[in-house]
Design a protein around this ligand. Sequence first.
Ligand SMILES: CC(C)(COP(=O)(O)OP(=O)(O)OC[C@H]1O[C@@H](n2cnc3c(N)ncnc32)[C@H](O)[C@@H]1OP(=O)(O)O)[C@@H](O)C(=O)NCCC(=O)NCCS
Length: 180
Amino acid sequence: MVEVLYTDRLRLRDWSATDAQAALKIYGHDDVSRWLHTVERIPDEATMHRVLQRWDAERSDMTPGTGRWAVTLRDSGTLVGGISLLPMPVPEADVEIGYQLAREYWGRGYITEAAWALARWAFQHSLVELFALVDPENSRAAATARRIGMEWVGESGKYHGTHLQVFRLRPDDLTRACQK
Ligand SMILES: CC(C)(COP(=O)(O)OP(=O)(O)OC[C@H]1O[C@@H](n2cnc3c(N)ncnc32)[C@H](O)[C@@H]1OP(=O)(O)O)[C@@H](O)C(=O)NCCC(=O)NCCS
């Protein structure tokens, strides 16, 4: 089980197989899936269900300080997005923060709020830095990274045909972003 995290507006919790219908609105939408390199585009609810079952099975093998959280509205319980801390493909010791939001919830600051809380949690659980890998044309994802204090530190090697922009966050960066 991942630790449940609360922010003013959100509750970050474990995924459940019963989330398939709502999760499909996130991972089955082209505006979201086109940017993802850690989750494939999900064509239908049955596939989404299987992916959620796979995430559930993988949970017990995850190293401390990593995991996948469903982002829900605290008031209504509505599932609006997903956020994760996962080992990077290379080098594996580094941890990547990934975030996705259903299209209808963009523009409300939800992922900034979730990412900030999750990063603080990660640093409290002994991670010393986090990375985000962002497609060069994905300006919204880069803006979110910058909003929580992430710094651009370079480009990845070619990954699925593209050089991804690498952003890094350290505890002091998060504190500085919070004081702005
Ligand atoms: C990346 C993604 C999660 C960003 O969504 P988002 O809603 O723009 O993210 P944020 O939570 O940072 O919200 C910022 C927006 O909310 C607005 N906002 C409203 N209230 C806010 C608040 N309290 N705090 C911060 N921003 C707020 C901001 O002005 C900004 O809107 P703007 O860009 O129109 O100016 C979303 O575009 C997405 O799911 N993309 C597809 C998947 C993806 O690219 N993932 C990242 C792969 S690396």
